[in-house]
Design a protein around this ligand. Structure first.
Ligand code: ZN
Ligand code: ZN
Length: 446
């Protein structure tokens, strides 16, 4: 291996994602977006010290999930390097997923029988949590399916959520969701997505699991008790997002960077783990609007000071406010984040900041959209534009232009002086994704 030294100063990188950052005009603010409405002196100062622009995480008009967006923004090809969301979540919860297992995210929901169908009345069983959720989960924690050929394991995670793992020979994550994703719709029969016998077998096992769970849960003591006290029973498990284990190249292998991550939500922790990033803990970090934003920034900075080249900081609260359709809360959160950015307002010259969102979540929609997302690269002596302020409108005119999520790591490497000149890697069919300094091997003279 070559020593990671060059005469050129290579910058350390702080990569901050404010989940669901981008927004649309809000009628509550007379047509301003939360970024426009909020008072954000730190954002603006950082924008003035660099360039702004926008990115489409996956492509124009495609509403991304957080996982596909972040994977793409960290330079992974979601066509070949995306295992499915359930796998990331299972990793984030510290569950062991073996080769051949099929993993699902699952909700405990409430259904009512209408004829032969089970109609979804609530996808979260009244946001069941605590002991009730534990009792429901333990009633269906383990099950034999297809005459013992397949075993199901369900683990409760947060509130109404869990992870379902199917284990057995010849299973494939090529099945549709059981969760119809809408209230008032019937629970769906899982369908194989390919003609392969494995997909069919998986669909059959999943169907059996859902039917058996319903039979157990509809008469479960805790559910009868809940109904008596006017609460919704959790009488169905609604799996979705089939996934399987997929080993992807580590962040170090891809980019030659020693990386750490600061994230709370299991999905984001799972993404970081799958890339071999070191997870750092921050006291008071909750993944919610009350999170310790300042602590995250400080821990991130000290990680860079202590030898990491790259630190990924994920802040979820912005997306939470958007899903709640609460633009005022989003403004409050943005202003608190702005205050938390103080320690990085005057970064040393060998540090680079990238700040953006993983997708837009307009408060008016309450869900992810395919809109572009504001993007900023900031640091001492990097080129500047004259946009000055950081919001959706100004970012249209910014010097970075509008790029794709998968371009972001290239920009980061370029401005941190780590990119290799095109042509060094003989792959004419693609722009080189991977200037892997760490993979260069010195010539050895015998
Ligand atoms: Zn997200
Ligand atoms: Zn979201």
């Amino acid at each position: 291996m070559l020593p990671n030294k060059t005469t050129l100063m290579q910058r350390k990188i702080m990569f901050i994602i404010l989940d669901g950052l981008g927004d649309r005009p809000c009628k509550e603010f007379n047509g301003l977006t939360p970024l426009q409405k909020a008072d954000l002196p730190s954002f603006d100062l950082l924008a003035a010290k660099g360039m702004i622009g926008r990115h489409y995480p996956l492509g124009p008009g495609i509403p991304p999930g957080s996982d596909t967006a972040q994977l793409s923004m960290l330079g992974y090809d979601i066509r070949t390097e995306y295992p499915g969301r359930g796998y990331f979540e299972a990793l984030g919860w510290g569950l062991k997923v073996e080769n051949g297992d099929v993993v699902f995210r699952a909700n405990f929901g409430t259904v009512e029988r209408e004829g032969k169908n089970l109609i979804v009345k609530d996808r979260r069983a009244g946001r069941i949590s605590g002991k009730d959720a534990e009792s429901v989960a333990s009633a269906v924690a383990e099950m034999d399916l297809l005459n013992g050929e397949v075993k199901a394991f369900l683990r409760h995670t947060l509130e109404h959520r869990g992870i379902l793992i199917l284990k057995g020979l010849d299973l494939k994550p090529e099945v549709t969701d059981v969760d119809p994703h809408e209230v008032g719709y019937p629970v769906l029969e899982p369908q194989p997505l390919t003609p392969s016998p494995s997909a069919k077998k998986t669909a059959l096992a999943l169907k059996e699991f859902v039917l058996k769970s319903y039979k157990i849960l509809k008469d479960l003591e805790v559910n009868i008790e809940r109904e008596r006290s006017g609460l919704l029973p959790a009488n169905i498990v609604l799996p979705r997002g089939a996934a399987s284990k997929l080993l992807i190249p580590s962040f170090k292998e891809k980019w030659g960077l020693e990386s750490a991550a600061i994230a709370v939500g299991p999905l984001y922790r799972g993404i970081a783990k799958s890339m071999g990033m070191r997870l750092l803990e921050v006291e008071g970090a909750t993944g919610m609007p009350n999170s310790n934003f300042r602590g995250k920034i400080e821990v991130g900075l000290s990680a860079l000071d202590s030898g990491f080249d790259f630190v990924f900081v994920h802040i979820k609260a912005t997306d939470v406010a958007s899903h709640m359709k609460d633009p005022k809360l989003k403004v409050e959160i943005l202003e608190r984040i702005d205050g938390a950015l103080e320690p990085i307002l005057d970064l040393p010259e060998d540090y680079l900041l990238l700040l953006t969102g993983d997708h837009s979540t307009p408060c008016s929609l309450g869900k992810h959209s395919g809109d572009p997302v504001p993007l900023m690269i900031s640091g001492k002596d990097i080129p500047r534009d004259d946009a000055g302020r950081f919001d959706e409108l100004r970012c249209i005119k910014g010097g970075l232009g509008t790029v794709l999520g998968r371009d972001i790591m290239r920009l980061v490497l370029n401005y941190s002086n780590r990119a290799l000149e095109y042509g060094l890697k003989p792959k004419p069919e693609e722009i080189p994704y991977i200037p892997r300094l760490s993979q260069l091997v010195p010539l050895s003279i015998s």
